[in-house]
Ligand binder design. Structure first.
Ligand code: AMP
Ligand code: ZN
Length: 462
């Protein structure tokens, strides 16, 4: 069975479905105020892989991925975020309404995830359409003494009413300092680490509540939607590692306080993606979108393959070079699968398939799975028809469309964008006997995946 590293228990845990044959997976969805960058997209691959691997064990995953279209404030790593709503800020910048912004970027998100062969989750509730659920949950927390309303209509969670706060991230309440805000601790709070469940205010995207007009806090959104769509027993909760604190600690405190037991059994977090050695983040201007990858002439699934070359829990550094390399591997595998498809079908290579399955089960060890696949590709002792069946079998989890070239005429090699110009420049450099320019251009072509060979008749490429 699938084992995943649980951030809270700090050890690998077996994913045994709590209720029969379904595993309930909640994953924090996008805040839809901009295009998702490939770093974000890496985090969303995690629930997709979990559900594909579980399917291999005849267990169905029911995935809920919310859409945050209100309540996510700029200062989201503070225990109680302040500042402007990310969507309202973007709406102002683009001169459009908050709703237009939210729907536009939600559509873009769906296109990106579909291009990466991520299956659509069973539930995709929008925060702005789940306000009643949040109000109901907040009312319950107030009634139970876990939350309190203040004069301006805001409601705060009473952090000290949840003694096991901090189990996921290690940030225990007694270690949380009052913070470095210039204005000091918010006088409306009973305790500095309390956070807002509801922000009392009257502006765009606000709703009436029994304690006053306002909008929900980002953390209560995930509690309300996960409890409503998956129930009080959720097997796995995923997200990028930055969400461990405060987002997931706060969600855990809210949900557990409301129902009286641990709602989420396993917390699983993905490591961050770096690009050219730096964290991919809009704030640092280091952002690559899926559309940039497609514009560079690469298959979007090259991104998926590049992700799979690293375990989700490993920090990974993406570069244009690794993306080009992944694109070449993808094209080669599709061609090989198409060639093998011409041979009579044979049973799958059981040993290779089992080793790949074991790797998937071992905390989604996708690098090992890909190593076994490469080994099988080269293993001439395995019949082509058997390699064909095994590659297709494993593609159910890999999701790389490895059968895409079957039945197509053999591919005519096509130069990647920019390569023709480099080849021409190199031919000229050689004519002029400028060997250092010639070597440099050969290296540049190699980065694009073009191998140049010099013959007495001039240069050729492959
Ligand atoms: P957001 O839309 O900003 O709420 O973020 C969506 C998801 O992307 C969250 O799960 C984050 O943890 C994740 N995320 C943000 N930056 C990165 C990154 N550089 N690499 C991987 N995941 C990221
Ligand atoms: Zn969330």
């Amino acid at each position: 069975m699938l084992r995943l590293y649980d951030t809270r228990t700090r050890r690998p845990e077996t994913m045994v479905p709590e209720n029969g044959r379904a595993v309930r997976v909640y994953t924090c969805g996008p805040t839809v105020y901009r295009f998702a960058h490939v770093g974000n997209l890496r985090s969303y691959l995690l629930p997709d892989l979990i559900s594909r691997v579980l399917e291999r064990h005849h267990v169905r995953a029911v995935v809920c991925q919310n859409i945050t279209d209100v309540g996510h404030l700029v200062d989201d790593d503070a225990i109680d975020p302040t500042g402007e709503d990310k969507i309202l800020r973007q709406a102002r910048a683009e001169g459009r309404s908050a709703l237009e912004i939210a729907r536009f970027y939600e559509d873009a998100f769906r296109r990106d995830t579909a291009a990466l062969n991520m299956r659509a989750p069973e539930h995709t509730p929008r925060a702005s359409e789940s306000i009643d659920l949040m109000i109901e949950l907040i009312a319950k927390l107030i009634e139970m003494g876990h939350a309190y309303a203040v004069d301006d209509g805001s409601v705060f969670f009473d952090a000290r009413s949840f003694p096991s706060y901090g189990e996921i991230s290690g940030n225990r309440l007694d270690a949380l300092k009052p913070g470095h805000r210039v204005e000091g601790v918010d006088p409306r709070k009973r305790f500095h680490a309390d956070w807002a469940l509801w922000k009392g205010t009257d502006r765009d995207m606000t709703w009436e509540a029994p304690w006053g007009r306002g909008f929900p806090g980002w953390h209560i959104e995930c509690s309300a939607m996960s409890l409503r769509f998956l129930g009080e027993h959720i097997d796995v909760h995923t997200g990028g590692k930055d969400l461990r604190f405060p987002h997931h600690e706060d969600e855990r405190a809210q949900s557990n306080s409301a129902v009286g037991h641990d709602v989420v059994k396993h917390w699983v977090h993905g490591e961050h993606l770096l690009f050219d050695g730096r964290k991919m983040a809009k704030s640092t201007g280091n952002v690559v979108l899926l559309s940039d990858v497609v514009d560079a002439g690469l298959d979007p699934l090259a991104v998926r393959l590049a992700f799979l070359e690293h375990r989700y829990r490993q920090q990974m550094n993406l570069t244009w070079e690794t993306l080009h390399a992944a694109d070449r591997t993808l094209r080669r595998w599709r061609q090989r699968v198409a060639e093998w498809a011409e041979s009579p079908s044979r049973p799958i290579a059981a040993d290779h398939a089992r080793r790949v399955q074991d790797a998937f089960d071992d905390d989604l060890d996708t690098p090992t799975a890909l190593r076994v696949l490469r080994e099988l590709e080269r293993d001439e002792s395995v019949a082509p028809g058997s390699r064909f069946e095994t590659f297709l079998h494993l593609d159910h989890v890999l999701g790389l469309d490895l059968s895409a070239d079957i039945g197509r005429p053999p591919a005519v090699p096509v130069l990647p964008p920019g390569a023709a110009e480099l080849l021409e420049a190199r031919a000229k450099a050689r004519e002029a006997k400028d060997w250092s320019a010639s070597d440099r251009l050969r290296d540049e072509l190699a980065v694009l995946g073009v191998k140049v060979t010099d013959t007495p008749q001039g240069q050729t490429w492959s």
